[in-house]
Design a protein around this ligand. Structure first.
Ligand code: CAA
Length: 257
């Protein structure tokens, strides 16, 4: 039984976590399906952007607590590694990813949203890392990606305090980029993804890769990598088309990535 619904909307792939009875909790089967989905998207050069959302009243309410309860230390570590692999696969997709957070994004759900490039949220969304309430810690990257996104003060309040925050707070601390009325969220996210899909796919993939690699590098290595990548992309057919189109006052026509 599939736990992720995939739909194509032109150049945009819409992925919907589809296990609403368990508030889309991430069990092993879902994480493995997420990995397989990323592999498929990597190979499909006609996909230019991805929107990830949840069916029902949750985005994702966390890792599956019922499944985790039975794990010993070795199995729990393997579960964490599987979750990390799935989050890394999302984060390293060449195309931009928008998390359309429609409801609860807790624990593994907040971690999944943070693995996406940015977050648009429903005004009714709630975010949090409630693991300490279960005597646990985040296991899919929350101690790192969330802190990078919101800084250490709010990261610590969320991870150590374990209390959820509402959408307005998520917006204020830079966790969510924009808020929408619940019934406008998906259309707004798809519109943004479609707009990106009209831009240079190689440029987007390159900028994304440079930003991802640079976040752990010192400034001089990061700047060096940007300069190198800038040189490489300026020889690409796509770059010639983009600049020619500007100079000829026409709309550029970019090929699939
Ligand atoms: N895992 C498994 N099942 C879950 C779940 C989860 N994370 N979250 C919700 N569910 C299930 C509930 O057990 C319930 O199932 P039943 O109908 O079979 O009883 C169903 O989803 C609906 O949930 P509630 O009845 O609890 O709904 P609610 O509206 O009263 O509360 C909620 C909603 C506040 C999100 C609450 O469900 C909740 O607190 N969920 C757990 C949140 C959480 O702790 N997440 C972190 C998990 S640990 C983690 O994610 C670790 C990691 O980083 C890897």
């Amino acid at each position: 039984m599939s736990r992720i619904r995939s739909e194509r909307r032109g150049p945009v792939e819409l992925l919907t976590l589809d296990r609403p009875k368990a508030l889309n909790a991430l069990d092993r089967a879902t994480l493995e399906e997420l990995l397989g989905t990323c592999e498929r998207l990597r190979a499909d050069t006609s996909v230019r952007a991805v929107v990830l959302t949840g069916e029902g009243r949750a985005f994702v309410a966390g890792a599956d607590i019922a499944e985790m309860r039975a794990l010993d230390a070795q199995q729990a570590e393997a579960f964490s590694r599987l979750g990390h692999a799935a989050m890394d696969a999302i984060e390293s997709l060449e195309v931009p990813t928008i998390a359309a957070v429609n409801g609860f994004a807790l624990g593994g759900g907040c971690e999944l949203a943070c693995a996406c490039d940015w977050i648009y949220a429903s005004e009714k969304a709630r975010f949090g890392q409630p693991e300490v309430n279960l005597g646990l810690i985040p296991g899919f990257g929350g101690t790192d990606r969330l802190v990078r996104r919101v800084g250490s003060a709010w990261g610590k309040e969320l991870v150590l305090g374990g209390e959820p925050i509402d959408a307005a707070t998520a917006l204020r601390i830079g966790l969510a980029n924009r808020l929408f009325a619940p019934d406008a969220l998906l259309a707004a996210s798809l519109d943004a993804a479609e707009k990106i899909a009209s831009k240079g796919p190689l440029a987007i993939a390159t900028a994304k890769r440079v930003m991802l690699q640079s976040q752990d590098a010192d400034a001089s290595a990061a700047h060096e990598f940007e300069q190198f990548a800038f040189g490489v992309i300026s020889e690409a057919e796509e770059c010639a088309e983009g600049m020619d189109a500007f100079l000829e006052k026409r709309t550029p026509s970019f090929k699939d990535r």
